[in-house]
Design a protein around this ligand. Structure first.
Ligand code: NAP
Ligand code: FE
Length: 365
C-alpha cells in the first residue's frame, strides 16, 4: 500500500461553536475578518466572531469586499489592509469565495509575491494563521490548502496551493446555513458531491481518502430528495455541512480532476455557479472513467445505492434541472483551455482534448 495523508486543521463542529470556543480567537493580537458583502452580517456569524474577539480583548478590522469567484485584485487589496493594520491572524467567514480570498490574503500579507509567481506556483510556504467559518455547505475550503482565484490571463480559475494555506481551525455551525437559499444550497451540495466523487476518480486517490469520500457520498445521496424538492430540515443541513467538510478533506489529499478543470470555463464565461458547473459535467465524466476503472465507479455508485451511471446522471439532472445553452464553438474553446490543466492531468484516466470536447458535448449540447 502507498499512503500519505496530511490534514492539520483542527475541526470543531457543534451548535454555537464560535462562542463556545471563544478562546481559540486568542491566537493573535489583531485579526482581519475576511468576508462577503452581506450574508455574514445577516446570519449571525459576524456577530458571534466579534463577540469572541471582544471576550479575548483582540482587536480586529473587517474586510467585507470579497465577491464570488474572487479576483486577484481583491486579495492584493485585502493583503494591503492586513499589512497596514498590522494584523497577525486571519478569520474567514462565508462560502468558498471569502475562505479562498482569506487564504491568499494570509499568504500575501507576509510574503512579497507578484501576480506571475502567484499563479506560477512560486509562493513559498509562509502565511498568517487562519480560522475559517464556512457558511455554505459545499467547498470544504475550511480544510483544504487551496485558494482558487479568477485568472483573467488564462481565462479560467487557477488554484494556488501550499501546506501553509491549511487553516489552523475550522468551526462548523449549521445555524449559519438557515438563511442559505435553495439555489445556493443545491449548487454547493453538488460541489461537495463532486469533490468526493472526483477524489475517487483522481490519480492521487488513496485508501484513506477513499474511505472518507465514500462516507461523504453516502451522506449526500441520502439528501438527493431534499435537493430535488428544495426542502431542508436542520438535520439535512447538518449532514450536508459535515459531508462538505469530508469532501474538503478528500480533495486536500487527492486534488480535483477534469470535472473541476472543465467546470471553470462554465463559470468564467457563463457565470454559472461553481457547484452547478461541476454537476453538469460530473455524470458524463463518471461514464468516461467507467470504461477504464469499472470497479472504482461501481464502488462510487454503491455508496448512493445505484447500479448504473445512467441512474446517477438521472439523479443529477433532476437536482440541477435544465442546462444552459451553449454552442459547439464555445465548447471547442473550453476544451482547448482545459486540455493541459492540472485537474485534467490529475484524473485517474486523463482525457485527451477530443475526449474533453466529447464530454462537454454530451453534457451540455
Ligand atoms: P460563494 O461565492 O462563497 O457564495 C455564494 C453566495 O452565497 C454569495 O452571494 C454569498 O453572499 C452567499 N452566502 C454565503 N453564505 C450564506 C448564508 N449562510 N446565507 C445566505 N447567503 C449566503 O459560494 P461557494 O459555492 O461557497 O464558493 C464558491 C467558490 O469556492 C468558488 O470560487 C470555487 O472555486 C471555490 N472552491 C474552493 C475550494 C477549495 O478547496 N479552496 C473547493 C471548491 C470550491 P455574501 O457574498 O454576502 O457572503
Ligand atoms: Fe469545488
Amino acid at each position: 500500500m502507498k499512503l500519505s495523508f496530511h490534514m492539520p486543521t483542527k475541526v470543531i463542529a457543534e451548535k454555537e461553536c464560535v462562542r463556545n470556543n471563544a478562546e481559540i480567537f486568542n491566537i493573535g493580537k489583531k485579526a482581519i475578518i475576511v468576508t462577503g458583502k452581506r450574508s455574514a452580517k445577516e446570519n449571525g456569524a459576524l456577530d458571534d466572531v466579534i463577540w469572541a474577539l471582544r471576550k479575548n480583548g483582540v482587536e480586529y478590522v473587517i474586510f467585507d469586499r470579497v465577491m464570488s469567484n474572487p479576483m486577484v485584485e481583491c486579495v492584493y487589496e485585502g493583503a494591503e489592509t492586513a499589512m497596514e493594520e498590522e494584523v497577525d491572524f486571519v478569520i474567514a467567514i462565508g462560502g468558498g469565495s471569502p475562505m479562498d480570498a482569506a487564504k491568499a490574503i494570509a499568504l500575501l500579507a507576509v510574503s512579497d509575491i507578484d501576480k506571475k509567481d502567484l499563479f506560477g506556483g512560486n509562493i513559498g510556504n509562509r502565511a498568517l494563521p487562519m480560522i475559517h467559518i464556512p457558511t455554505t455547505a459545499g467547498t470544504g475550503s475550511e480544510v483544504t490548502p487551496y485558494s482558487i482565484l479568477t485568472n483573467h490571463e488564462k481565462q479560467t480559475k487557477t488554484s494556488i496551493g501550499a501546506p501553509c494555506l491549511f487553516p489552523e481551525y475550522a468551526l462548523l455551525d449549521v445555524k449559519y446555513m438557515k438563511s442559505l437559499g435553495v439555489k445556493t444550497t443545491v449548487n454547493t451540495a453538488v460541489d461537495s458531491l463532486s469533490h468526493s466523487v472526483e477524489g475517487m476518480m483522481s490519480a492521487r486517490s488513496n485508501p484513506m481518502s477513499d474511505v472518507i469520500a465514500r462516507e461523504a457520498v453516502r451522506l449526500i445521496a441520502q439528501e438527493f430528495e431534499s435537493l430535488e424538492s428544495g426542502n431542508f430540515t436542520e438535520e439535512c443541513r447538518e449532514r450536508l455541512l459535515y459531508a462538505s467538510m469530508l469532501g474538503g478533506v478528500v480533495i486536500s489529499q487527492t486534488k480535483t480532476t477534469a470535472v473541476h478543470a472543465m467546470g471553470y470555463s462554465l463559470t468564467y464565461f457563463k457565470g454559472i455557479d461553481h457547484g452547478r458547473a461541476n454537476g453538469l459535467l460530473l455524470g458524463e465524466f463518471t461514464e468516461f472513467t467507467e470504461k477504464y476503472a469499472p470497479e472504482k465507479i461501481r464502488g462510487i455508485l454503491s455508496c448512493m445505492g445505484m447500479e448504473s451511471v445512467e441512474e446517477f446522471k438521472g439523479a443529477l439532472k433532476r437536482i440541477l434541472g435544465e442546462g444552459e445553452g451553449f454552442t459547439r464553438e464555445e465548447l471547442e474553446m473550453y476544451a482547448d483551455i482545459a486540455e493541459n490543466t492540472g485537474g485534467v492531468k490529475n484524473s485517474f484516466k486523463r482525457p485527451t482534448r477530443d475526449e474533453i470536447l466529447e464530454i462537454y458535448i454530451k453534457s451540455l449540447l
